[in-house]
Design a protein around this ligand. Structure first.
Ligand code: LRY
Length: 223
C-alpha cells in the first residue's frame, strides 16, 4: 500500500464540512474546526470545496482528503463528479481526492477521473455503497475505498447506524477500506477498526454541532 495511506493505518481522519445552510459555512471557520481536529490528534482531514481546501491547506500539513459536492441536473452523483473538479483539488494540495464511485449514471467515466487524479499526483479514495462497487473501484485503479455512500444510494441498505455488514463483506473479500458514515461515537470508531477498517473518517459527531444538538434534543424530548 502507498506510504501516505499506510501512515493513516489505525488512525482517525476528521471530516470538517458545513452544509450551505449551516452557521459554520465559512472557510475561516472550517479552518478553525480543522485546527481543533489537529489539536485533538486527527491524522488527516476530509475537506469539501475549493475554498475550504485552500483555507485548511494554509494552516496544516496534515494529509487532506478533498472532495467537492456539486449538485447537477444530469446525475445523482454529487461527490466530485468530474475530472475538472478532481484535478483542481489535487492542484490545491489534496494528497487524496475522494469521489463517488457508485454504479449510478455519471457524467464522465470513472476510469477517466481516476486517471486524471493520478496524473495530477494524488491518490484516489473511491466512495462506495456496496461490495460490488468496491471491487469495481479497485479493478479501475482506486487506491482505497470508503464506505461513505453506504445507505445513501437507493439500492444500498438504508441504515441509521454504520454499515457493519458491508465492513464484514469488504474484510471477507480482502479489500482494504476506510470506514466512513454514521460513526457517531468513539466506541463505533474503534469497532470499525476491529471490523477491519484501515482507518476511520468521522464528520458530524465532531464538526457538526447543529446536527449533534439535534441528537440531544431528540433524546431529551423522548425522555
Ligand atoms: C453521504 C455524504 O454526502 N457524506 C459526506 C461525504 O463527505 C459528508 O456529508 C459526511 O459528513 C461524511 O461522509 C462523514 O460522515 P458522518 O458525518 O456521518 O460522520
Amino acid at each position: 500500500m502507498n506510504a501516505l495511506l499506510n501512515s493513516l493505518k489505525g488512525q482517525l481522519v476528521v471530516s470538517c464540512q458545513a452544509n450551505p445552510d449551516s452557521p459554520l459555512r465559512d472557510p475561516y471557520i472550517i479552518s478553525r474546526l480543522a485546527l481543533a481536529a489537529v489539536k485533538g490528534g486527527a491524522a488527516g482531514l476530509r475537506i469539501q470545496g475549493f475554498d475550504d481546501v485552500q483555507a485548511v491547506r494554509a494552516v496544516t500539513d496534515l494529509p487532506l482528503v478533498g472532495l467537492t459536492k456539486t449538485d447537477r441536473d444530469d446525475t445523482d452523483v454529487y461527490i466530485t463528479p468530474t475530472r475538472t473538479e478532481a484535478v483542481r483539488l489535487a492542484e490545491l494540495g489534496c494528497e487524496i481526492v475522494a469521489l463517488d464511485a457508485t454504479r449510478r449514471p455519471r457524467p464522465e467515466p470513472l476510469a477517466d477521473i481516476f486517471r486524471a487524479i493520478h496524473d495530477a499526483g494524488a491518490l484516489v479514495m473511491a466512495d462506495i455503497s456496496t461490495l460490488e462497487e468496491a471491487q469495481q473501484a479497485y479493478d479501475l485503479g482506486a487506491d482505497i475505498v470508503g464506505t461513505t455512500l453506504a445507505g445513501y444510494t437507493p439500492y444500498s441498505r438504508p441504515l441509521s447506524t454504520p454499515d457493519w455488514a458491508l465492513m464484514e463483506e469488504l474484510r471477507g473479500a480482502g479489500l482494504a477500506f476506510i470506514a466512513e458514515g454514521r460513526l457517531n461515537t468513539p466506541a463505533e470508531a474503534a469497532q470499525a477498526l476491529k471490523s477491519g477498517a484501515h482507518a476511520v473518517v468521522v464528520g458530524s459527531a465532531i464538526t457538526r454541532p447543529d446536527v449533534v444538538t439535534g441528537w440531544f434534543v431528540e433524546a431529551v424530548r423522548q425522555s
